[in-house]
Design a binder for this molecule. Structure first.
Ligand SMILES: [Fe+2]
Length: 744
């Protein structure tokens, strides 16, 4: 199984790429049998697909269970290894419950296995901040009860794999996706639980044959500080990278991998090796943890809270430094990668930058893909990997100079590598309906990507397309390499608008239409253009238009299909922000309330709406319609949609708007005339009250105010609009539209 074999490119020094394990690596025995690989979901008939899934499931389930053999006692299951994480008993049961929950959602099963277990093991703790205390007190089941529960779940899953109806291929929309999701989820927890075991007190863990670390004598390099491989920078030629996964890919993927992103990467330099413990020691010895100049604000906060003065897995003993592994402490392997969080890696780069005068920093995700491509890496297949990954060699990192990939070492494997890039959604991102909170909570610009995988990363985690992100102060089996390169291109925003009003407007302007009612902004713009095409108005020039009260800006873009330039103005900077974002070519992302706390995720770009060509023809400003700056004048057309009944002094607007229009220009008003004293004092209403004992409508008021400078072009007409409040609650409104031509 060779996955998406990359075409090797030559690096600048034109050395031959070595796609096999290096000479050192070949001397290292791999473990047998190999931990099974994430399956190709396309190239099999029904029977072999069932068999492959059975093997993949059992191999994962059993390996996960065996990891907990490293715990020395029941107490080790119940004691938190770090604050803000559940104790390991939770993770022991959690991966089994996850199967049940996802299978229920796809209706592959219809009943729970164990109500109690499944209530206890459903939801983990999301660490919001390191000073956020979790004092939850759980009454945990015993490890043997959890094991018995796990085995019931195993039987249910195996029964499904053997007997449930199977329609190939298994893809994103297939109910069997839940089985793959459960397996890959367990592989993620295999890794994160191994970190928790490594963070447990030594008294709670015990060495186990199946989880032995890399034997120090396997390396040809003597393990001393002075013999650790000396790192150097290697030139990488400029080139293009293409990221993203198609729904037609034969391999399981998490939601954030799908969609598309490409980038042109300038030439840069990257270190040949990951930063080793020896190299990181220079930073520690240079008082790197004491000099806050090297630490950004977030790093300083973390330092102040943790009082760290060296990497978390380092131990300072009277006879020298040691390194904590999963179940033991060993003499410091100086040639192994330094394992740190992003904040420490960043501080190291800042120190190095000051030290060398070079623009040292962490790589971006795009740069990492460039390294991957120039190194000509083949993805993990059924042979032992030419990388310390997938548990193929040992249950620990290994020296940084063993697994050569092109001119580099450990582009993939050994430990994850922190990126400068926070995780963000690719163009075309959508959440998977049965796991809508896998990635979206991490789109907050606080979770940075880690790439490359570690010695225990397996399954989906080892694919080129894998994208995982963690909080920047978080510890995984993660380290870094650094690059010398230019400034970083801005990362596409990952922010989802969750403010109710802004989200509703985003949907109102750019979202779906409901109950057959056409998008309001588009309908108004179409009506305007149709009216301007009538014989009496077709001489009106098409130079400049103004969309006053433009809100999120849809009509501005629509009108820009007809006019040379359209200005959108709104009182609310937040609405203008949405419009501006689209005008910059970015994607608007927002959540919509379905019911209660449940939301759905939406994204829209101008390209989705066929409006990309209007991007250069619009500009947006914040402004007060009753008090516009003098510069906003000379328009051929002004639209004020759903505006006048929101103004504090509509008369001021109506009595002066002609000053902004060219002679012969057209004013379009649309309003449901919903007068509310919270917006407009009653004495300022244009109409909608009794005058001299008779009804005085807003239209009457408009005629009275506008007749001095305008003629009414045609009879008023009503245009409906719908604002979605929840999945089942909508506001349906009629807006009265009138057109006025300036004649005086
Ligand atoms: Fe989980």
């Amino acid at each position: 199984m060779l996955i998406e074999a990359a075409t090797p490119e030559k690096t600048s020094s034109d050395q031959h790429n070595n796609l096999q394990a290096s000479q050192h690596a070949e001397d290292i025995p791999s473990r047998f049998p190999l931990f099974s690989r994430t399956p190709n979901l396309h190239d099999h008939d029904e029977n072999s697909m069932r068999q492959i899934l059975r093997d993949y499931f059992l191999n994962t389930f059993n390996t996960y269970e065996s990891l907990f053999d490293c715990l020395a006692s029941d107490e080790a299951f119940y004691t938190q290894s770090i604050r803000l994480r559940h104790p390991l008993i939770f993770y022991y049961g959690h991966t089994a419950t996850f199967f049940i929950n996802k299978l229920l959602l796809t209706r592959m099963i219809t009943e729970r296995i164990d109500q109690h277990m499944e209530s206890v093991f459903a939801v983990g703790v999301d660490e919001m901040s390191w000073d956020d205390l979790n004092s939850a007190n759980y009454n945990w089941p015993t490890p043997s009860d959890v094991k018995a529960y796990r085995h019931k779940v195993r039987d249910v899953v195996l029964d499904l794999i053997d007997h449930a109806p199977l329609h190939l291929p298994i893809d994103w929309n297939n109910p069997w996706w839940a089985i793959l999701m459960g397996i890959e989820h367990e592989r993620i927890h295999l890794e994160t639980s191994s970190v928790l075991i490594r963070q447990h007190k030594l008294e709670f863990v015990k060495p186990v044959q199946a989880w032995q670390p890399f034997a120090l004598n396997q390396s040809n390099t003597p393990n001393t500080l002075h013999t650790a491989a000396h790192n150097k920078l290697i030139q990488v030629a400029a080139g293009q990278v293409v990221l993203g996964k198609e729904k037609t890919s034969p391999y399981y993927g998490w939601d954030n991998e799908y969609g598309h992103h490409d980038a042109v990467i300038e030439a840069f330099e990257a270190t040949q090796y990951l930063v080793s413990n020896a190299e990181f020691l220079e930073f520690v010895q240079a008082d790197g943890y004491k000099n806050t100049d090297y630490w950004n604000e977030e790093g300083q906060g973390w330092l102040a809270f943790t009082k760290a003065d060296h990497p978390t897995f380092w131990r300072k003993n009277p006879d020298g430094w040691q390194l904590r592994l999963m179940t033991e402490e060993i003499a410091m392997p100086w040639d192994w990668p330094a394992e740190v969080n992003y904040l420490e890696a960043k501080a190291f780069c800042n120190w190095k930058k000051q030290h060398t005068g070079q623009n040292v920093r962490l790589p971006t995700e795009d740069e990492w893909y460039r390294l991957y491509d120039v190194a000509g890496i083949s993805e993990v297949n059924n042979k032992p990997a030419s990388a310390n990954i997938h548990l193929d060699y040992a249950a620990s990192p290994c020296p940084v100079n063993i697994f050569q990939q092109g001119e580099f070492f450990d582009i993939v494997g050994n430990v994850w590598q922190w990126m400068e890039t926070p995780i963000y959604p690719f163009e075309g991102f959508e959440v998977h309906p049965i796991y809508d909170d896998f990635t979206t909570p991490t789109f907050d610009e606080r979770h940075n990507l880690i790439k490359g995988g570690s010695w225990i990363s397996s399954g989906n985690e080892t694919l080129r397309s894998a994208r995982y992100a963690f909080r920047r102060h978080f510890f995984q089996h993660a380290g870094f390499r650094y690059v010398v390169s230019g400034d970083i291109a801005p990362v596409p925003s990952s922010h989802y608008e969750t403010d109710k009003l802004l989200s509703e407007y985003a949907e109102f302007h750019y979202g779906d239409s409901y109950f057959g009612v056409e998008n309001f902004s588009k309908a108004l713009a179409d009506l305007a253009i149709k009216t301007l095409h009538t014989p009496e108005l077709k001489t009106v020039p098409r130079h400049k238009a103004l969309d006053l009260g433009c809100a999120s800006g849809r009509a501005t873009f629509e009108l820009a299909q007809y006019f040379e330039h359209v200005t959108g103005i709104d009182f609310s900077a937040r609405f203008i922000g949405q419009a501006d974002k689209l005008a910059q070519g970015e994607t608007l992302r927002y959540t919509l309330v379905d019911e209660g706390e449940l939301v759905s995720y939406k994204s829209r770009s101008l390209a989705d709406l066929g409006l990309s060509h209007t991007q250069e023809k619009v500009s947006f400003y914040q402004g007060d319609a009753c008090n516009l700056k003098p510069v906003f004048t000379g328009y051929d057309f002004i639209m004020a949609a759903n505006l006048i009944d929101r103004l504090y002094e509509p008369a001021k607007f109506l009595n002066h708007i002609h000053e902004r229009l060219n002679m012969g220009g057209v004013l379009m008003l649309a309003s449901p005339y919903t007068w509310l004293t919270e917006h407009t004092k009653q004495k300022n209403w244009v109409g909608g009250y009794k005058k001299d004992g008779e009804n005085f409508s807003t239209f009457d008021g408009l005629q009275q105010m506008l007749s001095k400078h305008f003629r009414l072009i045609q009879a008023p007409q009503e245009v409906p609009f719908i604002i979605r409040e929840t999945k089942r609650k909508f506001q349906h409104t009629l807006s009265e539209v009138t057109f006025w031509q300036r004649v005086v």
